[in-house]
Ligand binder design. Structure first.
Ligand code: ZN
Length: 134
C-alpha cells in the first residue's frame, strides 16, 4: 500500500481518480450551489443543474464513522482466492463531501486519514484511507 502510484495494474474504474501520482479522487462541484459529490456526476444533486465540473478532492480527511464489513458484499465484489476476510469501511469527511471508502487498519471516529491505493486483484487497484498522525 502506498500513496504513490506504485501499485500494479489499472484503476478498477477510471472515473474514480482525478490523478494517480500522487493519487486524488475525482469529485464534481456545482458552480451554482457549491454542492460537491463523489463520485463525480454530470448533474448536481443539490439543484439538478448541469453547471458542474470535475475536481480533485482533498487527499486528507477525518473519519466520520466506520464499521466492519463482516460478510462478503454482493457482486461485482470478487472474493479473494484466499477467502473472504472482514474489512473496515466508513465515511471520510473531506470537508466539502463525505466519501464512502475502505479503511486500512483500525481507526476511531475523528481520526485523521489519508488516501491510499490498494490492490483489488492482480490487475486492478482502488482507493482506501489510512490513519495518519494529525
Ligand atoms: Zn447545484
Amino acid at each position: 500500500m502506498t500513496n504513490s502510484a506504485v501499485v500494479n495494474g489499472k484503476p478498477v474504474d477510471d472515473e474514480l481518480f482525478a490523478r494517480l501520482d500522487p493519487p486524488a479522487l475525482a469529485g464534481s462541484g456545482c458552480a451554482d450551489c457549491d454542492v460537491v459529490v463523489f463520485p463525480a456526476a454530470a448533474r448536481c444533486p443539490g439543484c439538478a443543474g448541469e453547471n458542474v465540473a470535475r475536481q480533485a478532492l482533498p487527499t486528507r480527511g477525518t473519519v466520520w464513522t466506520w464499521t466492519t464489513q463482516s460478510f462478503a458484499p454482493k457482486p461485482p465484489y470478487e472474493k479473494p482466492a484466499s477467502g473472504f476476510e472482514p474489512f473496515v469501511v466508513g465515511y471520510i469527511d473531506l470537508g466539502s463531501v463525505l466519501v464512502e471508502s475502505r479503511i486500512v487498519g483500525a481507526v476511531a471516529i475523528g481520526d485523521q486519514v489519508e488516501l491510499r491505493l490498494i490492490p483489488v486483484n492482480d490487475t486492478e487497484f482502488t482507493f482506501a484511507f489510512e490513519r495518519v498522525a494529525p
